[in-house]
Design a protein around this ligand. Structure first.
Ligand SMILES: *Cc1c(COP(=O)(O)O)cnc(C)c1O
Length: 237
């Protein structure tokens, strides 16, 4: 676990350096630890070593870790693909859903939150590169979906999220991150209900988070750089 504490310190130092280089305050950036495939013990160790937000990908892991209290002391976000028929396992259990990726899912989240009598914080996932294999709204669909979400009474639209293609070289994804930032600015000027600021930008992973910070990320989702390489999961990548 010594390596984990060192990795966390290293990523935090990199966040601070990237923020300062971009003229930003490092405290504007939240490190979300992407905990998929990790054990409850590893999650507890990460929180003890200074992780304040866990991002979970899979409903099954989320449910199991919640049952054993693994996230105690940290905020909990859902960052993975969410099926409409699984919203009841996620809505009201997490502080923020990063991956609202279809109109059907958005409506299901709103309905479930209504049932629970809560308001669920969400981000809209944007498929910036129009990749067939990925979920999310195409950039041109975002203004309409943001307007829809802003009018829902049981979801609170906080901003946007993206998962661009794997960066092949440093700097490769900067333009995608800038595009997401511009989309968020457009939405903010389009919807002026004063309900929220839509200021959350969840973008950047182990390979490209300094670029995301440069482009205005408020939340970066980091797994490998904290926990080391993962065994491949069936049905992913
Ligand atoms: C796994 C995952 C991450 C973290 O990926 P790394 O490359 O391991 O940092 C970030 N976001 C999402 C949605 C993920 O599934």
């Amino acid at each position: 676990m010594a390596a984990l504490a060192e990795n966390i310190a290293k990523v935090k130092a990199n966040i601070a350096a990237a923020a300062r280089a971009a003229g930003r305050d490092p405290s504007e950036i939240t490190l979300v630890a992407a905990t998929k495939t990790q054990t409850g013990d590893t999650i507890r160790a990460a929180i003890a070593a200074g992780i304040t937000v866990c991002g979970e990908n899979r409903v099954q892991e989320l449910t199991a870790h919640l049952a054993e209290g693994a996230y105690a002391g940290a905020a909990l976000h859902f960052i993975g693909h969410l099926q409409t028929n699984k919203v009841k396992y996620v809505v009201g259990k997490v502080d923020l859903i990063h991956s609202a990726s279809s109109e059907k899912l958005l409506r299901a989240i709103d309905r479930q939150a209504d049932k629970l009598g809560i308001v669920q914080d969400i981000l809209l996932e944007v498929n910036l590169a129009g990749e067939e294999s990925k979920s999310g709204f195409l950039p041109q669909e975002v203004p309409q979906m943001a307007a829809l979400a802003a009018n829902m009474t049981h979801v609170n639209l906080r901003g946007l999220m993206c998962i661009p293609p794997r960066a092949q070289y440093l700097g490769a994804n900067f333009r995608f991150f800038e595009n997401l930032h511009h989309l968020a600015v457009d939405i903010r000027s389009q919807i002026s209900d004063n309900k929220t600021e839509y200021g959350t930008l969840s973008m950047g992973m182990s390979d490209d988070y300094p670029d995301a910070i440069k482009a205005g990320a408020t939340h970066i989702r980091v797994g490998t750089a904290l926990f080391g390489p993962r065994p491949p999961l069936p049905g992913t990548e």
